[in-house]
Design a protein around this ligand. Structure first.
Ligand code: GDD
Ligand code: MN
Length: 363
């Protein structure tokens, strides 16, 4: 039977681990070839790998010039795997944190529509050997990532995965932004965007015994990438546009109001009320039009229906605004500036999500 799975193992200073890991994979008779991607490790990992590859025909090595990050190493490895016609490509650390025993199950669970993910945070998953700081870091990074990118897998930063090549071919590997650890997260985001399923398989993640982790300093870098990825998501971009449009039209509202007062007299209470009503309608209509054209790019012919919904949502927004302001400044005894801020945030969120889902039908 031809082997159609490839395990890609990036290495940087893993001399003490790599040979043992290859032996363990051989001993377990995992139905997969191996590609070691070494970034010219100063400790000579590349030489050890080359020696193994010479005697074991199923082990291959990619030597790269310099340390360019975990993500870049995986990319190079994945491309090699695609070019060499493998059907499933596994990402795996060299330090025994990812259990060799789990490999056959991961390969079985991976199919044309499904990525298998070795998960620490589903039932049956475990972590061995971490101190509480490391645990807290991982939990925080995972929570942050899942929350702002709306990712469903419980272990969103996991590095142990089996990808079907159908997925790797569908996405544009050259467009991946993360060079380092955020690569793992970006792949999950791409999977979600392209409709691939994720199957989480519980694993026991054991902290490395030999060598050192390279994760120091990567946390902040990765968080930046995660934020940038979030900004690239359509909903976030729309939300920013929606907020800009909202701010602009607040100015329109005030502007029209003062122009009307200037034209028709500042003293009369009736004129004030009429001006207020007119400026509200003018700014609401311009708000609607800008959001239709710019934020949601709607081409729906039923403009009257759309604008009616937009007005209903806006009235709901006004009520929410008032309610929050009352709750915060009244019984809450907080200063009115907080009330104003919280009320606008609440109303903006309400307006945005209702308009997105209902008025503009999820565009
Ligand atoms: N070629 C290459 N180039 N390999 C690298 C580089 C690099 O710049 N940086 C790290 N590696 C290799 C390491 O040698 C190791 O085999 C693997 O990538 C993982 O590196 P570790 O430094 O051991 O990572 P970790 O244990 O801190 O992080 C693991 O858990 C994270 C989630 O908590 C990894 O699985 C991460 O991918 C995962 O996000
Ligand atoms: Mn590790």
């Amino acid at each position: 039977m031809k082997i159609n799975s490839l395990i890609v193992i990036p290495t940087f200073n893993e001399r003490e681990n790599i040979e043992k890991l290859i032996q363990a994979i051989a001993q377990k008779e995992v139905p997969a070839d191996v590609l070691i991607v070494d970034d010219n490790s100063p400790d000579g990992t590349g030489r050890v790998a080359a020696k193994i590859a010479k005697s074991e025909r199923w082990v291959h090595v990619l030597h790269r010039q310099e340390k360019a990050g975990l993500g870049k190493a995986y990319l190079a490895g994945f491309k090699w795997g695609i070019d060499n016609d493998y059907k499933k490509i596994i990402s795996m650390d060299a330090d025994f944190s990812h259990p060799v025993d789990a490999l056959p199950g991961m390969i079985r669970a991976c199919n044309a529509e499904t990525i298998a993910l070795g998960s620490r945070y589903v039932k049956g998953g475990r972590i061995v050997g971490w101190n509480w700081q490391r645990y807290l870091n991982s939990w925080g990074a995972n929570f942050f990532t899942r929350f702002i990118l709306r990712l469903h897998p419980k272990d969103a930063t996991a590095g142990f995965k089996c990808y079907p090549v159908t997925f790797l071919r569908k996405i544009d590997l050259n467009q991946i932004q993360a060079a380092g650890y955020a690569f793992q997260v970006e792949m999950l985001l791409l999977a979600a965007e392209n409709g691939f399923k994720i199957k989480e398989i519980p694993i026991t993640f054991t902290d490395r015994v030999a060598g050192e982790s390279k994760i120091q300093g990567e946390l902040v870098k990765s968080a930046r990438i995660v934020i940038r990825l979030a900004m690239g998501k359509k909903t976030y971009r729309q939300f920013i546009k929606f907020s800009i449009v909202g701010a602009l039209n607040t100015l329109v509202d005030w502007g029209v109001f003062y122009l009307l007062l200037l034209a028709f007299g500042i003293d009369s209470q009736t004129i004030k009320q009429i001006s207020k009503a007119i400026s509200f309608v003018v700014s609401a209509v311009s708000n609607y039009l800008m959001n239709r054209v710019w934020t949601f790019r709607s081409t729906d012919k039923k403009i009257f229906k759309e604008i009616s919904k937009f007005f209903i949502v806006a009235i709901g927004g006004l009520l929410i605004n008032q309610a929050i302001f009352y709750l915060v400044t009244g019984p809450g005894h907080l200063r009115s500036i907080f009330g104003l801020i919280l009320a606008s945030i609440g109303a903006t969120l309400w307006n945005f999500f209702l308009n997105k889902k209902w008025t503009f039908k999820g565009k």
